[in-house]
Design a protein around this ligand. Structure first.
Ligand code: HEC
Ligand code: HEC
Ligand code: HEC
Ligand code: HEC
Ligand code: HEC
Length: 468
């Protein structure tokens, strides 16, 4: 009876291997888990090992045990030539010893279920973590991971925007995810990862977990510093009062008017969403206004309902243009502004395609030093530290925006906020987008912002604001 069963799982290699695997995995899970409880930080891979890989081995071990037992009994039946050994073990619950074994067996099964259930729970948590998304597919997601870690959303998990709550999208994204892992393993994925993401979950279910579409932001002051490409790297200031607006009462105004839940804007565009063909605006009373670009193709393209992501397409993966990046590092003091022509030369040197980050850093530093050695030998001698630091800062700026391994260059991923890096708002707010009776979607500057200063040296408005 039970001895039979016990024999069938201890006398065959498959069951023994299964038991060994399950036991080894269990001991490892328990010790890694204990280490984690004592504050040992093993990095993201430890979580992946403890809660994904080891539990898988554990489960495989458990499955092997009965498989081995059944195969073993079959063999016994065949060799003993008799039908007296049934395929499956026979349990006689009238025998006290069998009953005792039965309880032990049930207890062990419960224990296994608890282990697997908690591992699954923690495993899901690990798969949702930024580290897993970013590192498990290290080379593929390196651009997104790097940009994300520098963004205002660096503490928001990838999954909060890409999956959101609820089982249906979870399953969908995990199925997609499984395919993505295969394509990473077999090196099938496209470089760069194409944008936009056509199956991104609607912003209602992701962004709006944390942001209210009806929040009134009002006017927002933005002060932007640029540096001219002259010898003195003249500082130019632009100050904008952005009319972000939003809902107030039953009305909404300004830029966030587009996401008023009482109305809807739909548009038809090409696959990249850079070229918009026609726009349909339905107001709160259900009246429809139709705008179209008369030169656009009449058929084809994709229809989409506008949401947060049509403007905020880079809330987390923010890549700057080369010029803005040089402005930033000068403004932050990482590059010494007293170096003659450092804006012009810095921009010339980084706005290029280098085969790797290492090569970029080396060539950028070398080129900058060469420029000063040839044109300003006295600067090269007296400020050699500043020139060296500038070379390093330019290399760093390159490495967080450009990813040669993934074919991500300065202009690969357009930003739709504004109209500098890409047409952005001007995809719709243009003379071309008109109704049948020639009414245009406005492109009047003041609709969106009040320009307090535009590329000025020491604008008066800043002294007013600073004196408050
Ligand atoms: C604040 C929300 C948010 C977070 C957090 C976030 N993403 Fe994204 N992600 C987006 C949006 C929005 C897009 C682009 C939407 C579009 O234009 O289709 C995007 C696009 C992408 C793309 C496509 C390429 C591109 O840049 O357009 C990849 C790959 C990606 N995300 C991976 C990640 C990874 C990995 C993480 C975590 C390290 C992450 N995302 C975190 C919102 C987010
Ligand atoms: C899990 C919560 C969460 C989710 C989901 C989320 N955000 Fe945010 N978002 C934040 C927090 C927190 C901040 C404030 C960060 C700060 O002040 O530094 C923020 C800031 C922002 C900002 C202001 C950035 C700036 O430059 O100051 C924008 C724009 C924004 N989010 C858009 C989005 C969009 C679009 C989505 C959906 C694709 C989204 N967020 C999803 C939490 C979230
Ligand atoms: C028509 C384009 C557009 C749409 C649609 C849009 N936004 Fe914005 N949003 C903007 C602009 C422009 C700004 C100001 C940009 C800046 O600060 O540089 C802004 C600013 C913000 C800010 C920062 C506000 C602050 O107090 O600093 C948040 C947060 C934000 N948006 C979230 C959202 C969310 C969530 C949605 C969707 C419900 C959304 N936006 C839809 C254009 C848009
Ligand atoms: C449909 C709305 C809209 C219209 C129309 C518009 N802008 Fe803008 N503009 C923006 C937004 C949004 C930004 C981005 C602010 C930011 O970077 O957060 C911007 C940024 C700018 C900047 C700063 C760019 C920089 O980085 O230095 C200037 C200058 C500017 N606009 C000038 C104009 C002028 C001049 C007009 C009229 C011919 C105009 N804009 C029309 C929405 C608009
Ligand atoms: C998909 C098309 C589309 C895009 C992209 C778009 N808009 Fe609009 N926007 C519209 C339409 C349609 C209207 C309504 C025009 C009308 O009433 O005549 C509008 C109206 C506005 C208004 C006036 C709101 C009011 O109070 O009546 C502002 C401000 C505005 N947009 C700013 C922006 C900014 C800033 C961006 C870029 C960040 C942007 N829009 C991108 C379609 C778009």
């Amino acid at each position: 009876m039970f001895k039979n069963f016990f024999a069938s799982i201890t006398h065959n290699a498959i069951s023994l291997i299964g038991t060994a695997l399950a036991l080894a995995a269990l001991v490892l899970i328990a010790s890694l888990f204990t280490m984690e409880q004592f504050g040992f930080e093993g990095g993201p891979y430890l979580g992946i090992l403890t809660y994904l890989i080891l539990p898988m081995i554990f489960a495989v071990g458990l499955v092997l045990i009965p498989i081995g037992a059944v195969l073993y009994r079959r063999k016994i039946r065949r060799t003993s030539g008799g039908a007296d050994t049934p395929v499956l073990p026979v349990f006689d619950l009238n025998i006290p010893k069998t009953r005792r074994w039965m309880f032990i067996f049930l207890g062990a099964t419960m224990f296994n279920i608890i282990i697997l259930a908690s591992a699954t729970y923690k495993g899901v948590e690990v798969m949702e973590s930024v580290e897993f998304c970013g590192l498990a597919c290290h080379s593929v997601m390196e651009p997104e991971h790097t940009a994300h870690s520098r963004s205002p959303h660096s503490r928001v998990a990838c999954a909060d925007c890409h999956i959101g709550p609820g089982a249906d999208w979870f399953v969908k994204s995990k199925l997609d995810g499984a395919w993505q892992l295969v394509s990473v393993a077999l090196d099938l994925y496209p470089r760069p990862v194409p944008t936009p993401l056509h199956d991104l979950r609607p912003a209602r279910d992701t962004c709006e977990q944390c942001h209210w579409p009806t929040k009134h932001v009002g006017d927002k002051l933005r002060v932007i510093k640029h540096f001219e490409e002259d010898e003195a790297n003249t500082e130019l200031t632009t100050a904008l009062l952005l009319r972000v607006g939003g809902a107030s009462g039953s009305d909404s105004s300004g830029i966030h008017w587009h996401v008023d839940p009482n109305m809807a804007i739909r548009y038809r565009s090409d696959d990249t969403r850079e070229e918009i063909y026609e726009v349909e605006y339905t107001n709160a009373d259900g009246e429809l206004t139709h705008y179209a670009d008369r030169k656009a193709p009449e058929e084809g393209g994709v229809w989409r309902t506008m949401d947060c992501v049509d403007c905020h397409n880079r809330p987390s993966h923010i890549y700057q243009s080369a010029a803005n990046e040089v402005d930033r590092i000068i403004n932050e003091g990482l590059v010494d502004r007293s170096l003659p022509f450092v804006k012009r030369e810095g921009l010339r040197i980084i706005d290029a395609q280098y085969p790797s980050h290492e090569e970029a850093r080396a060539v950028i530093s070398e080129e900058l030093q060469k420029f000063y050695a040839e044109n300003y030998p006295e600067v090269a001698a007296e400020k050699s530290d500043a020139v060296e630091a500038a070379g390093i800062a330019l290399g760093d700026a390159y490495a967080v925006n450009v990813f040669p391994g993934m074919n991500v260059w300065w202009d690969t991923y357009p930003d739709h906020i504004g109209h500098e890096q890409s047409p952005g708002c001007e995809r719709c707010h243009t003379k071309k987008m008109r109704t049948a009776d020639r009414k245009q979607i406005t492109n009047d500057c003041d609709t969106c912002h009040v320009l307090l200063a535009e590329g000025e040296e020491n604008p008066h408005i800043l002294s007013v604001l600073n004196s408050e």
